[in-house]
Ligand binder design. Structure first.
Ligand code: FES
Length: 173
């Protein structure tokens, strides 16, 4: 009798613990999922009017760092055609906008104002001021996120005309 009772108690306890575990997993999953509003929106608007020349601004979009660099006239005059092709023009100024993750293994490169380039401390990769890889191991330029220019602002997550043209020309994979 005692044995039966113990067996029953054990099963009952196991069932309650099981339900609790499922509940906890569900709660955990809910906390991992982004909020519906964030998922539905997924946009970040950046006002570029306060950007200073040769000063890197780091924004966040969908959990990723986004590099925004306003170039000086001096920087622009020294650029190659490949660099110019990646520039985003906003109210007459040249900007680099790129996902700030090294295309080698995903570290965040640092901007060197004195050289106007990026250095990745992880394995020594380098990128120029347009995000083009110049020193291995990264074999690809920094990625350009979908963007749309609206006046002095750029909306990340929205593929606008300029972004689509870059994509058509093969600049964006
Ligand atoms: Fe940047 Fe390796 S992660 S060089």
């Amino acid at each position: 009798m005692n044995q039966t009772r113990r067996g029953f108690m054990g099963k009952a306890f196991g069932a309650v613990a099981g339900i609790g575990a499922v509940g906890a997993l569900y709660a955990m999953k809910r906390s991992w999922d982004p909020l519906p509003s964030v998922k539905a929106a997924g946009f970040t608007t950046i006002d570029l009017s306060s950007c200073s020349e040769n000063k890197l601004v780091v924004e966040k979009w969908r959990g990723k760092p986004i590099f925004v660099l306003r170039k000086s006239a001096e920087m622009v005059s020294a650029q190659s055609d490949a660099q110019n092709a990646r520039d985003i023009m906003v109210e007459g100024a040249h900007y680099m906008i790129a996902i700030g993750l090294c295309t080698h293994l995903g570290c965040i490169p640092a901007y060197r104002e004195d050289k106007s380039d990026f250095k990745c401390a992880c394995h020594g990769g380098e990128f120029d001021s347009s995000g083009i890889n110049t020193v291995l191991p990264p074999e690809k330029p920094l990625l350009i996120p979908p963007f749309n220019v609206k006046g002095a602002t750029v909306v990340l997550g929205e593929a606008g005309e300029v972004y689509n043209k870059m994509k058509e020309s093969g600049l964006i994979a």
